[in-house]
Design a protein around this ligand. Structure first.
Ligand code: X2X
Length: 340
């Protein structure tokens, strides 16, 4: 009798201890940041990651989505710093938005580095992807888990069809807040202005800027033809992969089994996100383009010679930034793309 009571007490104490330990380390809710919301594939990837984590951890890890970079007042280029500082626990972020803090991520913004989807995959799914994850973990204090995709960035404007750098002369473009974009658009003869996505939409609507560049899926979901973006040039000059990350301290507060569950959830949500981001755009499936043309947009597909004029005009910017990114990393990326 006495022994049984003692045993029960020990078990109870152990169980209670486990519960308190969990209560101390696991928060009731974790904050996941994205730039675009659930009307876009990017925000939908956030919802999916949350759902899969909940399922795979039997509800131990609950996450809330903060889209529009609302935890940093919409300032998407400050997101990475906020993850590092623990203001944001998890994120699905764009390589463009994090490149002011992690210079190697400018790789994907080198003009005309990646000619097609296979080239993106050759980087993200190969050695280059691993190298970038190592950089993020070492210098960024985050745990990178999986790749997603925003897409190839195409240029639109309200003024005229663009088939050459000369057509861009003096045109005002909203660009993302990475200095490489300013230099690229200046090299093309345009007049770039850096602003957040939150500021870009009213600026396009009021005509404060003439054009912008974003993936076709964003162009459609943000209804850019309704704010006068009537000319679209398919030049595929850069593409921005997305990266699923968790703040290092938050990661370390979870059990190894839960970490693995979060990783598997990210990998699955990432794969689904890439597939969704390419749907209607890749290969012969051009449903998205048809939808854009139906909205009265004039679509320009530059010829090889026309495309080459954009490549030549931006080559000095490429060469300059290759040094900033790291000559070895850029060479490795070029070799992986050549072999794809
Ligand atoms: O701001 C943009 O253009 C967007 C939404 O594509 C990014 O966050 C990079």
């Amino acid at each position: 009798m006495l022994r049984t009571t003692f045993f029960t007490a020990v078990v109870a104490a152990a169980m209670f201890g486990a519960v308190t330990a969990q209560a101390q380390t696991y928060r009731a809710e974790y904050r996941l940041s994205t730039t675009l919301g659930t009307a876009f594939t990017w925000g939908q990837a956030g919802e999916r990651w949350i759902e899969l984590v909940k399922e795979k951890t039997q509800g131990r890890i609950n996450i809330k989505l903060y889209s529009g970079n609302s935890l940093v007042g919409g300032e998407q280029t400050r997101e990475f710093t906020a993850i590092r500082q623990g203001v944001i626990d998890m994120s699905i972020g764009s390589t463009i938005n994090w490149s002011p803090q992690i210079r190697e991520l400018n790789l994907f913004s080198l003009p005309f580095l990646m000619p097609d989807y296979k080239a993106i995959d050759a980087l993200t799914q190969g050695e280059v992807g691993k190298d970038l994850f190592a950089v993020l973990e070492k210098r960024g204090d985050v745990i990178p888990l999986a790749w997603g995709e925003n897409g190839f960035r195409e240029m639109s404007n309200s003024k005229r069809p663009i088939a050459s750098p000369a057509d861009m002369k003096g045109m005002k473009f909203r660009v993302v807040g990475s200095p490489l974009y300013n230099e690229t658009f200046s090299a093309l003869g345009a007049n770039p202005t850096q602003m957040s996505w939150a500021d870009a939409q009213p600026a396009l609507a009021s005509g404060a800027v003439d054009g912008q560049e974003n993936p076709l899926s964003v162009f459609v979901a943000a209804k850019l033809p309704t704010v006068g973006q009537k000319y679209l040039t398919l030049w595929h000059y850069v593409a921005d992969p997305l990266i699923f990350v968790v703040n290092k301290q938050v990661w370390n507060s979870w059990t190894p089994a839960d970490r693995e569950a979060v990783r598997q959830a990210a990998l699955q949500a990432g794969r689904e996100n890439v597939e969704k981001a390419r749907k209607g755009i890749a290969g012969n499936d051009n449903a998205v383009l048809k939808q854009i043309e139906a909205a009265g947009v004039t679509v320009t597909l530059p010829t090889a010679a026309q495309r080459d004029a954009f490549v030549q005009a931006t080559r000095p910017v490429y060469d300059k930034w290759a040094k900033t990114i790291g000559a070895d990393l850029v060479k490795k990326a070029e070799a992986a793309i050549a072999k794809r």
